[in-house]
Write a protein that binds this ligand. Sequence first.
Ligand SMILES: Cc1ncc(COP(=O)(O)O)c(C=O)c1O
Length: 486
Amino acid sequence: MKRAGLTIFDQGAPGRRALRIPGSDVPTEPLNKLIPEGLLRKTEPELPEVSQIELVRHYTALSNKNFGVDTGVYPLGSCTMKYNPRINEETARIPQLALSHPFQGEELSQGNLELIYDLAEILKAIVGLHSITLQPAAGAHGEFVGMLLIKKYFEEHGELDKRKVILLPDSAHGTNPASANIAGFTVVELPSDERGMVNMTALKERLNDTVAGIMLTVPNTLGIFEEDILEIARLVHEVGGFCYLDGANLNSIVGRVRPGDFGIDIVHFNLHKTFSTPHGGGGPGAGPVAVVEKLAPYLPVPAVVKQGDKYLLDDDRPKSIGRLHSYYGNFGILVRAYTYIRSLGDEGMSAVSGNAVLNANYLMNKLKVHYKLPFDRLCKHEFVLSGKDIAEGIHTMDIAKRLIDYGIHPPTVYFPLIVPEALMIEPTETVSKEELDELADAYIQISKEAKENPDLLKTAPHNMTVGRLDDVKAAREPVLRSPKKN
Ligand SMILES: Cc1ncc(COP(=O)(O)O)c(C=O)c1O
């Protein structure tokens, strides 16, 4: 139908409404006075004027064009786009949880607090650490909390003027240096060696008493486990620094090793990755931070504590870095993660990491014959290919765009930066063998097309509503089109 390609602004007619809201009975006068003159709206907002059915049809049509974990294979490296079991949604919608209000008080929130407390205990056991906060809203938020904890520790111990440096491998996720920097530290880069791990000689050269800590992603963004982790932790501790583990890639080790056992002082989780809560598009997430005992006094307030058989919110922590999120974080996400962990149990959790690693290695071994694999060794949950020199004039972006024609979500591209023309692939444990084979066939077919018919790749995708977009322009110059202005 002709209307199918229209934007919401191109539909409807003046005065048409999806919903009529009764007029407000709140007097505007005092409110207006509270808002600075320059921020007050002078004209009506220019909104689409559509009926309810036009609105519903428009967004239903858009959702059918969208690509998600529920519609196809989504092997986006560093994102753990696993299937989110529906039981998680069921529990998150239990009215007693979903409709509870943060201001209803501790007495009426015992169930919620118990769930938070139990989840905290489970997460601590998973990483083998002493204390935890579930407040942070995302992985990057957790990193920032971790950095603030280190800062607070050195402030309390009179070393803040000296401890300025956070060491970071060149394979680190971009949020790591950003978090360290925002917290006020100077980032010093550590090169990777030919194994794709931290270069130990470079580490030793950079270690001294200005180092506040090291931030390591384990396994790292090449999908490789840091084999020298014990020695790294020993060396960093020797100069008085802390070992921070970015646990966003926990999916590959959960239920098998505990970072606390290999010398890690702080870990953040990405509950929305490892524990299957929906993510992407900037939606709510959760990035709990677990720490060793000596950092426990600085964790955010309030803490959920248990006294006898009662659960309480404890604000009385004078050394705390303060509150990091309203109420107690993204509670709905905590409910989903709790459900996921409890429904899988211990055996289920270690099956998750086992199958995630198996799937990644199966796919890697099928593809390395057709694509360059710069670090050819056993991978964990993901691996990084290089699209460099696959065929004259063909870039990784062309491969990614062509994959869309095969109904497969493109991998993460051009990251990590240490691999030229990177294609970072993370199948996760929720992809079947049949799907892995289909995925491999598509990649192999595309590698042939690159040589035999490169234009097919350069102009891809061909089977979508829109063809090749200028991604950079779309990101840098977003346009909210209002026809009334045209
Ligand atoms: C290794 C790593 N660290 C940190 C993050 C940041 O997590 P978030 O996007 O939840 O802020 C990610 C995100 O996927 C990641 O892959």
